[in-house]
Structures are given as structure tokens and as C-alpha cells.
Write a protein that binds this ligand. Sequence first.
Ligand SMILES: Cc1cc2nc3c(=O)[nH]c(=O)nc-3n(C[C@H](O)[C@H](O)[C@H](O)COP(=O)(O)OP(=O)(O)OC[C@H]3O[C@@H](n4cnc5c(N)ncnc54)[C@H](O)[C@@H]3O)c2cc1C
Length: 400
Amino acid sequence: MSTTYDIAIIGGGIVGLATAMELTRRGRNSLIVLEAEDHVAAHQTGHNSGVIHSGIYYKPGSLKARNCVSGRQAMYKFCAEHGIDHENCGKVIVATQQSELPALDRLEQRGKENGLEGLRRLKPEEIKEYEPHTAGIAALHVPQTGIVDYIGVSETYARLVQEAGGTIQTNSRVKGFHPDGQEFVLDTPQGEVHCRNLINCAGLYSDRVARMCGVDPGLQIIPFRGEYYDIVPERQHLVNNLIYPVPDPNFPFLGVHFTRMIKGGVEAGPNAVLAFKREGYTWSFSPGDTLQFATYSGFWRMAWKHWRMGFGEIYRSLSKAAFVKALQRLLPELRIEDIHRSGAGVRAQALEPNGQLADDFRIKETAHMVHVLNAPSPAATASISIGISIADMAEKNFQA
Ligand SMILES: Cc1cc2nc3c(=O)[nH]c(=O)nc-3n(C[C@H](O)[C@H](O)[C@H](O)COP(=O)(O)OP(=O)(O)OC[C@H]3O[C@@H](n4cnc5c(N)ncnc54)[C@H](O)[C@@H]3O)c2cc1C
């Protein structure tokens, strides 16, 4: 006789695990997390920049702004309680040309509207107090930003789920779905899993999983690879903490920046290159993934609008010299020999049929199901708060 779980969560990334942690904390422990890979945090969560974002970038009132601010506070508290490596080191956002000053003003205003206290506007000489090797014409110091080990966070969420009676099952990619009376049946390589309720937190595959479950996601996931370089140890003194550019307001990405990592070292990146494969960590190609977005009208509308930016990113991906040039705007002393290629992450970015890159988190609720369709950055920072919101939705939808 197979078990029927109350809740199955597809995806053992930080969002699925945070949701599982909150539901089991509420006593919903007939719960299973199904993860495709042989360990949790295998994709976006385990390949990100490790930054605890402040909430400065997001439109006041948006899900991103609300969940980032409350999630950030919860993340610091959680890490302190569970002994997870983290540091509230602050960051600077640096304008290097006059044309960026209005955007820097808007960020400062946004930060204040999102409740950030202690933001400090810096003159060129004041930037040196924080980052002596950075050049800029103005900057903003954001004290709330920090760095953390998100793999450690995810593993702790998973441990708490198991301690509360929930199950984490790896090597279990969900490949099929069908309803059976009051239940759903999920096909995995380890056999069928029966559940009464379902939560889709499948990241790069969230749109496909929604469709597999008979739900129209109304958007498509487009993978954008973010490539990183490491600064060689002898030159890491050039960066104290985190140095970011003023982002282009037309894109949901933050621009290549410098990040001191909690485990040591300094990373530069990530860029944002269209990937031709959902888990395309290098220049690789999946005919199925490419065909899927090439036949999506939203993709061509996006390509038409942003082709210049897209080619710039491809050029920077292929040319180390171009990548270094972008970084030298923030750190003029950086030389080409100071960095070497390291890893990459692939962002799951939802694209609307009209060609707009979805800016906010997107969650779709149907009877007995919740589908998390867009959970890009700062979803790791915000995970505890998003987990609470998804658990609220789940408990409402799962009553029927
Ligand atoms: C390059 C990069 C840098 C980033 N930097 C930051 C940062 O500094 N700070 C921050 O807050 N955020 C950052 N983000 C964003 C953050 O990492 C993501 O928003 C977050 O990790 C999303 O978590 P997730 O659980 O939704 O997705 P994922 O971590 O991708 O997890 C989804 C999981 O679902 C599994 N899965 C997929 N399909 C199936 C299936 N059919 N069956 C079973 N399992 C399945 C996958 O194997 C995966 O483990 C960054 C992202 C990237 C890519």
C-alpha cells in the first residue's frame, strides 16, 4: 500500500525547502520534497552570488520589495540561530558617469521608501572610506547588505523539515503527472508518489512542470547564464566587500559587480547571457529548450527590443578583455591577469508573451496546487518570507 502524502513539493531549491520548512513548522508533516538531483540546492540556489540583498532595488509595494525586506531580517536571524556563516558587511553602489546620477537618486529614494535606514550618499573621496580602490563620481553605501552561505542555509532548511517529520527525496525528477480521484500521482525514477496537494518550486523548469500539471503558466522561463571570474589571491585586497554598478533600470539584472564570498575569495560577475539550455552552465545547446523559446512569440519581441544589450553580453562572455573593461569602470587598477574564469549560474527568468521580462515574483494558485513561476533574485534572500507566503496560499487552497 503506497503512502499518500498531504503535500508534495517539486524542487529542492531554497524556495521549495523554505516552503517545506514553514509547512512542517505548522504541523503539516505529511510532506515530501522531490528533488531531481542527488542533493538539494543543486541549481540556482547553489550557483548564486551569496548576497543577502537589502531591498533597495525593488518597486515599493511589490512582492520582491516586501519579501526581500522581511526575508532579509529573517535570514540574518536564522543564520545567527543556526550557526550558518554570514556577515552583514554592507555594499557600495557606484555611479561612474553623469548619466547614472538620476538612477542613483531613484535608488536612494526607493531604498528610503522600502524602509532602509542609514543609507549614505558618498562623494568621490568618501567612496574611498569603504572601497579605497574604487573610482566613481558618486555612490550610495547600503549598510543592510550582507554575504552568506546559501547552500548551508538550504541544507539547514532540509534538516529542519526532516526533524519535523517531513521527507526529502533526491534523485526524483518528476516526469509525469495524472489525477486519480482525489489524489495526484507523480511519476519519478523511484516510482510513483501520491499526494493530495502539490507545490511547484521547480525553478528553471517551473513553467514545464505547471504545463505538465495541466496549468497554463501564461509565461515562459528563459535561461540567462551568469558567468563569474575569481580575483587571484594577491589582488583580492582591491575589494573590501561588495562593489556594484548602478543597474540599467530596463533589465532585472544588477550588472557585473564584485562580491567578497563568505567562504573566502572575491568573485566578479555575473553577466547575463542568453543560454541555449535550461541548465546550460557553459556554452552548450539543447535543441528542445531552444526550440521551445524560439517558437514563443514573447522571445522574439524581447529579442527585437534588447538585441543590442544581448549582443553586448555575448561579446563580454566570449572576450575576457571586454569583461575586464566592464569591471575596470568600478576598479580601474584591475588588470586582465588579475582574474580567471570560475563558475556560472543559470537564472530562471520568466518572459511574458508581450516580450517583457517579468519583474516581480509570480505565483499561480489553483485548486490543490500552487505554482511558483518566477522566483529570481532576491528569492534566496527572501526565501523565509516567500516560504511563509506560499504556505499561507497552500493552506487556503488545500482546504477544499
Ligand atoms: C547567477 C545567479 C546569482 C544570484 N545571486 C543571488 C544573490 O546573491 N542573492 C539572492 O537573494 N538571490 C540570488 N540569485 C537568485 C536566487 O539564487 C534564486 O532566486 C533562488 O535560488 C531560486 O530558488 P528556487 O528554489 O526557486 O530555484 P532552484 O534553486 O533552481 O531550485 C529548483 C529545484 O527544482 C529542481 N527541479 C526542477 N525540475 C524538477 C522536477 N521535474 N522534479 C523534481 N525537481 C525538479 C531542480 O533540480 C532544482 O534543484 C541568483 C541567481 C543566479 C542564477
